[in-house]
Design a protein. Structure first.
Length: 287
């Protein structure tokens, strides 16, 4: 197994922390909420045998800076562009889960010359969530609205980060005990870092700006090949949306695959299936 190195670099005006392992064509992994780059611990060993794997903590998360502004997805995609520039990486295959998939989608539209192929995991694009919202979806996406409230989530969560995270990890997994023990405690420590909860909230609080950005180029399809993966048993995504149709709106060159007995965190719940799908999809990427 290739060793995993932790690095930091100043890029796009913030200090970014990232994991780096392996050699070969670069593959960039973007975590979602409520996670950090630690989410990819099952993928990095498998992928780094063939690729250089780079897994940053997104702006506001983990050990990356948590500034007051810059959480719209265009700015967060620019964080990646500048990270790539700092690492002398001209082009990548990009894998994004959840919030990371939103950043990755904006990256693919804004910087089509920098991406060879895109994987989006358990994600409905922001514009489509907003467009198709009804009472049932609003109930499933309650946390979107809670996280938008200024200051109150931070006040209620402080000192109770474990209860807050336990809810999501249990409710969002097919197996409620899929993430426990030392893995769970790693996330608790991450979200107890100063500014960590506020950073995650800021990501959600950029939603109106994200939708506005997405509406401008809503008709523009993603130019590169796209693989959409989702947990077949997560009601808020595969249960409420026709995921093949959703991503067919976004890309013409599309492969769409549900993962059975899986909730919102496929890379953690079904790592072997996810790794096999990633390796197959990434195989044409030669750098």
């Amino acid at each position: 197994m290739s060793p995993i190195h932790h690095h930091t670099v100043h890029a796009n005006g913030i200090r970014q922390h990232y994991l780096d392992a392996g050699e070969g064509p670069p593959v960039l992994l973007l975590h979602g909420f409520p996670e950090t780059s630690f989410a990819w611990r099952h993928q990095i060993p498998a992928l780094s045998a063939r690729y250089r794997v780079i897994a940053p903590d997104l702006r506001g998360y983990g050990e990356t800076d948590k500034p007051a502004t810059g959480y719209d997805k265009r700015t967060m995609a620019r964080d990646l562009v500048e990270l790539m520039r700092a690492l002398d990486v001209p082009k990548v295959a990009l894998v994004g889960h959840d919030r990371g998939a939103r950043v990755a989608t904006r990256f693919a539209k804004d910087h089509p010359d920098l991406i060879d192929r895109l994987v989006v995991m358990d994600n409905v694009p922001t514009r489509i969530v907003a467009r198709d919202l009804d009472a049932g979806k609003a109930r499933a996406y309650w946390f979107f609205f809670f996280h938008l409230v200024p200051d109150l989530p931070e006040a209620l969560i402080a000192g109770r980060e474990d209860l807050w995270l336990r809810h999501f990890f249990s409710d969002w997994c097919y197996d409620p005990q899929a993430i426990t023990g030392a893995d769970f405690e790693t996330y608790v420590r991450a979200y107890r870092r100063p500014g960590a909860v506020r950073g995650a909230m800021a990501d959600y609080r950029a939603s109106a700006e994200d939708v506005a950005q997405d509406l401008v180029d809503a008709e523009a399809k993603i130019a590169c090949p796209v693989l959409s993966l989702w947990g077949a048993d997560f009601e808020a995504v595969g249960g409420m949306f026709d995921m093949r149709s959703v991503w067919a709106e976004m890309a013409d060159d599309l492969r769409a695959v549900p993962i059975p007995r899986c909730g919102h965190l496929p890379q953690e719940e079904r790592p072997e299936e996810v790794n096999a799908l990633l390796l197959d999809f990434l195989q044409p990427w030669k750098g």
